[in-house]
Design a protein around this ligand. Structure first.
Ligand SMILES: Cc1ncc(COP(=O)(O)O)c(C=O)c1O
Length: 463
């Protein structure tokens, strides 16, 4: 079912260009109906190009985790490989080989016990990778239940309420009950103790997020695992962990090498990571990596022909461009471990610097400080009553900055915050420009007698 715009003027397109000659000066641009005739490429380009000027400036988008800057060599390589279909492994064997090399590199980076037999694949992003990780958990649980002669029709998945919407989708699309640990007081993410309390014989796994979307904080994988070990000793229940490393998968290995969040923790069976977030590739690539072959049930794998050989695939999609995977490999070669470390370290330093400067402005209180993911969230102090975070967000938007304001979920619905995601390309200079604009806009906001935007008017937020 196509999702249609409510106002769809199936309209003037025919009249506008029915005579076969389109002139931007005398005709209206067709929008909702296929034009009858052709138009010149340069004219069509200019029309589309000009319309897109109304989009926000990607580099000033502090809402997104997704890469908005790559270097010109990457741009060139991507343009050279847009036409390669990732699924045509037979026709594009080198692209397929490059995908496997990336899986190998990531398995090593995530401390897989058997990196030479790496099990994983590229995806369109972390959402698809999370679905694949979740599906593998569900299938393994079903197989175990059936082998034990027990019912396997009421699977559940335990997560914090802060999980990204991809997990709600997973649960909805694959009939899995979501068991959500609510926030409590100053705890804005999963509590390992509360997570374990929600587990039972129907729990297919616990999702622990390395880098909460709400505030950039890391959840505690090791502690969750230890408490699940405890649960196993007491009850016999053996519940695996999937780590949602959408952002942290490309941050923690470089900046927090001693933090045990990955396959060093035996209970971690799978990890998803977004190549297009801190993996530093433009949108369209994620990674699903399993601990070993045993963690991915054979019967989920499809086999496609590859150079006359059979090649395993596990994906929700079929066709997609090879360019993102090629760009990921380019980044791996170009930056290496030290290069990624340098880029992420710089981002974290800028995040901590910006967070501290915002704290010093006076009206704000930090919820996180940018010292885990280079991401921080902040609220307005309770005593400030004449403007809201939504007003601050709108005031920054006037200057082109996109800083989302949003309310928190269950048990902390009273809390509204702003969030800044610091990514490659967000330098100390850019941070100073943001801070200058924030100072200027605050002067105007402080003169208000009452808030301009109430919480109810604010839209929800999913990334
Ligand atoms: C923790 C987490 N998981 C999953 C996702 C979904 O990622 P993607 O956009 O790569 O599908 C996000 C996106 O922000 C995220 O922050």
């Amino acid at each position: 079912m196509p999702l249609q715009h409510p106002r769809n003027p199936l309209s003037r397109a025919r009249k506008a260009i029915g005579d076969g000659v389109f002139s931007a000066e005398t005709s209206r641009v067709p929008t909702h109906e296929l034009p009858v005739d052709e138009m010149r490429g340069d004219v069509a380009y200019q029309i589309v190009h000009d319309e897109l000027m109304l989009d926000g400036n990607a580099r000033l988008n502090l809402a997104t985790f997704v890469t908005t800057y790559m270097d010109p060599h990457a741009d060139k390589l991507m343009a050279e490989t847009f036409d390669k279909n990732m699924i045509d492994k037979d026709e594009y064997p080198q692209t397929a080989a490059i995908e496997m090399r990336c899986v190998n590199m990531l398995s090593r980076l995530f401390n897989s016990p058997e990196p030479d037999k790496a099990t994983g694949c590229s995806t369109t992003g972390s959402s698809e990778a999370a679905m694949l990780g979740g599906l593998a958990l569900k299938r393994r649980w079903q197989q175990r239940r059936k082998a034990e002669g027990k019912p396997a029709d009421k699977p559940n998945l335990v997560t914090g309420i802060n999980v990204q919407v991809c997990w709600d989708k997973f649960a909805n699309y694959w009939d899995v009950e979501m068991r959500l640990v609510p926030m409590e007081g100053d705890r804005y993410h999963l509590s390992p103790e509360e997570a374990v309390k929600l587990c039972d014989e129907n729990t297919i796994g616990v999702v622990v997020v390395m880098g909460s979307t709400f505030d950039g904080s890391y959840e505690d994988v090791k502690k969750t695992s230890e408490l699940l070990d405890d649960l196993q000793k007491r009850t016999g229940l053996d519940i695996p962990i999937h780590v949602d490393g959408a952002s942290g998968g490309f941050v923690a290995p470089f900046l927090d090498p001693h933090l045990e969040w990955d396959f060093r923790v035996p209970r971690v069976q799978s990890i998803n990571a977004s190549g297009h977030k801190y993996g530093l590739v433009y949108p369209g690539v994620g990674w699903a990596i399993w601990r070993d072959a045993a963690a991915l049930p054979e019967d989920l794998i499809f086999w496609v022909n590859y150079l006359g050989d059979e090649m395993p695939t596990f994906a929700l999609n079929f066709s997609r461009p090879g360019s993102q995977v090629v760009a990921q490999y380019y980044n791996f070669l170009r930056l290496g471990f030290q290069g990624y470390r340098r880029v992420q370290q710089y981002a974290r330093e800028v995040a901590v610097y910006t967070a501290e400067a915002i704290e010093k402005l006076g009206p704000f209180e930090l919820l996180t400080r940018g010292d885990e993911l280079p991401v921080f969230a902040f609220k307005i102090k309770d005593e400030v009553r004449n403007y809201t975070v939504f007003d601050v967000s709108a005031a920054l938007r006037e200057r082109g900055w996109q800083v989302p304001a949003y309310t928190f979920p269950k048990n902390r619905e009273d809390l509204a915050a702003l969030r800044v995601v610091v990514r490659r390309g967000f330098t100390f200079d850019v941070a100073d420009m943001l801070l200058d604009d924030l100072r200027k806009q605050l002067k105007k906001l402080e003169k208000l007698s009452a808030p301009l935007t109430e919480e109810g008017q604010a839209c929800s937020f999913h990334h």
